[in-house]
Design a protein around this ligand. Structure first.
Ligand SMILES: *[C@@H]1O[C@H](CO)[C@@H](O)[C@H](O)[C@H]1NC(C)=O
Ligand SMILES: *[C@@H]1O[C@H](CO)[C@@H](O)[C@H](O)[C@H]1NC(C)=O
Ligand SMILES: *[C@@H]1O[C@H](CO)[C@@H](O)[C@H](O)[C@H]1NC(C)=O
Ligand SMILES: *[C@@H]1O[C@H](CO)[C@@H](O)[C@H](O)[C@H]1NC(C)=O
Ligand SMILES: *[C@@H]1O[C@H](CO)[C@@H](O)[C@H](O)[C@H]1NC(C)=O
Length: 631
């Protein structure tokens, strides 16, 4: 069920820029000193600006010596020379590497302001400097390790891991001589472990091996009982994990032993991950069920992401990367340089909206975290743009599956039932469990996204509220919603409450079972709304006639009947007759509960936008007020 990859913590890390407090990220090593000459500090500044300007052109690695001052011995003989080195993990290149280093460069002076020898590790890059030369030398101090929660089954696995890693070190140092290697180890049936080793490219190859074996020597003490672990020194790092955490690529590790003249010219080095991974593992361990990340682990701001990253990742918002158009703006698919996919929502501009207030709303949305809500990863408020970055849902929307003849066959009854349950839980969280009551106001099949395991996740929550802020008086009555899903009191009078969400949920449930859109249903041969049709058939005791033909092989009659019943309770005309979402969840979970008889459903009405002050309301084609069903 846990689908979040370690990549997520990587991204949280990498999305973090200087002005947001990163919630999780690095490991640093500061060797503080009370005597730092101003010229040393100046040289460190020069080094840091070198890192940020050099890192894009130098393919992820470089080192330098900064010696700008003539009076080198101005402070009791201490030299002011600064030796610096940066390196990205070998599979990370280009903009992402630069981004990591930019972050490192700005964090390093904040976190280690009075440090002579300093190292900062991120998951995909490292930055270090010192007043002593370390180029071409093995640094084994400090070392550190992290382990994940998965334990080995028996001690033979520990030996197996050690042997596997020895092979990987041999590959990196003797076979390919590339100073890094990755490999997938076939572990048990269906189980693969992923190994990685890497060391500074400026080390002589014997020393690279020495560094890596020294880390492997620590393995029995720190990590041998875990299937997920990593050990780092400044000059090298090794890691094994049950999830693939590196980028596949031909380079490094995979080539056969060709005598290469990588005579250790320039360097490299890297080490990676850190607390972020630890945190991720920790989270995995503590998470019980619902809330994926609460204040405990999320005490900082939502990360910002630079506009330029978004532009690059979406190809300047190209037409080909467009995923769709939501109620609040266009949605694009983005691919970050590390291969992580994101969904980028470019919000349409509304006048009079204060950035600060908007930002507060976004922070609020970011705190709403539940496994059935699409997760907000970052935002961007640059150049007058308002952009939200969400996790990317590989299976698209429920709408695209449910109403497509081909794709709907993927949704058997079990999946549909779990989708219904998931949506219900997500709404209960919004309505009741999150500290502030959130009414979605635009629940519909296209706002339910499916992850790679077909778990439903609600999107666009909280945006209705965010968009109201700063609107002038005339606009506050603007109704947001979608034809076919809007409760009558909302569509007619602009009254929204949790019960209008319940109504939309009911429509969704009926659509999921029947496999037809509520809007547009009247155009079909039935000549009436889906809701009324369902209700009439239900009353006549012929429920099973309703179900989507695709389900005939997989459905379970009692469950279908129960869901249909609940759906009909949710779409009742009178808001007070409809159950709350928490009782919906109870009903869904119970086989014995006696459910009340549903009253006649409302006609579903409304359009995408409907102005409260509109006088032409009753003549609007899409709005039907009269009750046409004879009793
Ligand atoms: C050095 O100073 C920084 C910030 O002042 C602090 O976070 C760090 O723990 C110190 N390191 C040592 C080794 O004292
Ligand atoms: C590495 O940095 C040095 C010193 O700034 C610079 O001269 C050199 O061009 C850089 N190397 C690469 C490959 O960019
Ligand atoms: C580097 O700095 C440390 C502490 O500030 C000092 O003890 C050491 O002598 C310096 N090394 C050099 C080569 O200047
Ligand atoms: C391996 O995968 C197959 C199909 O994906 C599954 O049927 C089997 O139970 C799995 N075996 C183990 C040990 O998980
Ligand atoms: C591994 O990390 C733990 C926790 O940080 C530490 O206590 C332990 O000494 C480390 N073990 C080794 C062998 O470095």
């Amino acid at each position: 069920m846990i689908t979040m990859k370690i990549n997520l913590s990587f991204m949280l890390l990498l999305l973090t820029t200087t002005n947001a407090q990163p919630p999780i990220y690095n490991k640093n090593f500061c060797e503080n000193s009370t005597h730092i000459s101003p010229s040393y500090k100046t040289n460190v500044k020069t080094l840091i600006s070198w890192v940020t300007s050099d890192s894009f052109t130098s393919k992820g690695f470089n080192y330098t010596i900064i010696d700008d001052h003539d009076d080198n011995n101005n402070d009791i003989g201490f030299s002011d020379v600064v030796y610096g080195l940066y390196s990205c993990r070998y599979d990370i290149t280009g903009y992402l590497c630069q981004f990591c280093l930019t972050t490192a460069a700005s964090d390093i002076s904040r976190q280690c302001p009075n440090s002579v020898t300093t190292i900062i590790w991120y998951d995909v890059c490292i930055l270090r400097y010192s007043n002593q030369s370390f180029h071409g030398k093995v640094s084994l101090s400090p070392t550190w390790n992290i382990t994940g929660p998965r334990k080995i089954k028996d001690s033979t696995e520990a030996e197996k891991m050690e042997t596997a890693m020895k092979g990987l070190i041999r590959k990196a140092t003797i076979e390919t001589k590339q100073f890094w290697a990755v490999e997938e180890f076939h572990w048990a049936e269906n189980e693969t472990l992923y190994g990685w080793v890497q060391c500074d490219r400026d080390l002589p190859s014997d020393d690279c091996g020495q560094c890596l074996y020294a880390l492997l020597d620590l393995f029995p003490q720190c990590c041998a009982t875990n299937l997920q672990w990593a050990i780092f020194a400044p000059s090298c790092g090794i890691r094994l994990d049950d999830e693939k955490f590196y980028q596949s690529s031909g380079k490094g590790g995979t080539g056969k032993s060709r005598k290469m003249i990588i005579s250790l010219s320039v360097v490299g080095f890297v080490v990676l991950l850190c607390f972020s991974v630890y945190f991720f593992w920790y989270r995995k361990r503590v998470r019980k069920d619902e809330i994926t990340l609460d204040e405990e682990t999320w005490n900082g701001d939502l990360p910002t992401i630079p506009l330029i990253t978004i532009l690059q990742s979406t190809n300047n918002f190209s037409e080909t990367s467009k995923l769709g158009e939501g109620g609040f703006g266009l949605v694009f698919k983005g691919m970050l340089p590390n291969g992580r996919q994101i969904a980028v929502k470019k919000l349409s501009k509304f006048s009079g909206q204060g950035s600060e207030e908007f930002k507060n709303e976004i922070m609020f949305i970011a705190k709403l975290q539940h496994r059935n809500l699409v997760r907000l990863l970052a935002y961007c408020l640059e150049e007058n743009e308002k952009i939200l970055v969400y996790e990317y849902m590989s299976n698209g929307s429920l709408h695209s599956h449910l109403f497509d003849d081909e794709k709907k066959t993927q949704l058997d009854w079990n999946i549909r039932l779990s989708i219904i349950n998931g949506i219900a839980k997500g709404i209960v969280y919004l309505h009741e469990d999150s500290r502030l009551r959130v009414i979605h106001r635009d629940l519909k099949a296209s706002n339910v996204l499916l992850d790679d395991e077909m778990n439903p996740k609600i999107s666009d929550f909280g945006l209705a509220r965010a968009f109201e802020i700063g609107q002038n008086q005339a606009n506050t009555k603007r109704v947001m919603g979608t034809f076919g899903y809007m409760a009558p009191e909302y569509a007619m009078e602009g009254l929204f409450s949790v019960k209008s969400d319940v109504f939309s949920f009911g429509v969704l449930v009926l659509e999921i079972i029947i496999g037809r859109k509520n809007s547009g249903f009247h155009l079909s041969d039935h000549g009436q709304s889906l809701l009324l049709y369902a209700w009439k058939v239900w009353c006549a005791g012929k429920c099973l006639e309703l179900i989507d033909q695709v389900l005939v092989k997989s459905f379970i009659a009692s469950e279908v009947e129960k869901c249909l019943h609940i759906g009909l309770l949710c779409v009742q005309q009178e808001a007070e007759d409809r159950p709350t979402m928490s009782s919906v969840v109870l009903m869904l979970g119970s086989d014995t509960m006696t459910l009340p008889k549903p009253n006649q459903p409302a006609y579903s009405v409304g359009r995408t936008t409907l102005n409260e002050t509109s006088t032409s309301r009753s003549s609007n084609n899409n709005v039907t007020i009269s009750n046409m069903l004879p009793r």
